[in-house]
Design a protein around this ligand. Sequence first.
Ligand code: GDP
Length: 201
Amino acid sequence: MHNFYRKAKFLLSCPSIKGCPEDAGYEVIFAGRSNAGKSSAINTLTEQKKLAKVSRTPGRTQHLVFFELDKDRRLVDLPGYGYAKVPDAVKQNWHRNMSEYFDNRKCMRAAILVMDCRHPLKPFDQMMLEWSITNKVPTNILLTKSDKLKKGAASSAKLAVMKATKDYPSISVQLFSSLKKEGVPELCSYLNKIFEVSNEG
Ligand code: GDP
């Protein structure tokens, strides 16, 4: 199957919502704790080795990064969160940017919330989920690094997260591995629905 997301190319990066592209078309954001595997997931999805930089120095990646799929559709890589060594001022700035983005960005259609399948639903993740529920943003939880668990343990991790979010039909959960390229078709079909792209690409 043709992968529409291979088309992704870097558009711009900006330190705050002020520098964002015009609020038009469709955007899907990628968010997650530092080190959860977000950059790797973006690179795996787009079949590009270096689109999102893997393992940038944590805490120094406060920019919002926009990748263009076509003139109406964009992926947005939000700065990683939850890294303890980040100074308070940077944390506050992150918080302000995120709440501004969630509250104001009309073209935001969905969120991909990346979590390490071995450590899901940490306090920051829960805060992101609360934001998406309050703002009615459909959210797909990507439980990454599934290759680190045996099959049974990975399914249990997924079931536990499904159970914890069962009251919210706008939240879905899937396993993903950048190392083993698992969960890519599932992520593509989730995004295709949101972006209104046919499964044939
Ligand atoms: P980010 O900070 O969320 O963008 O995380 P990265 O994508 O930079 O990944 C953090 C670390 O986890 C790196 O060392 C990656 O090689 C590793 N990693 C990411 N995804 C996977 C995966 O699916 N499986 C395994 N085994 N390691 C992964």
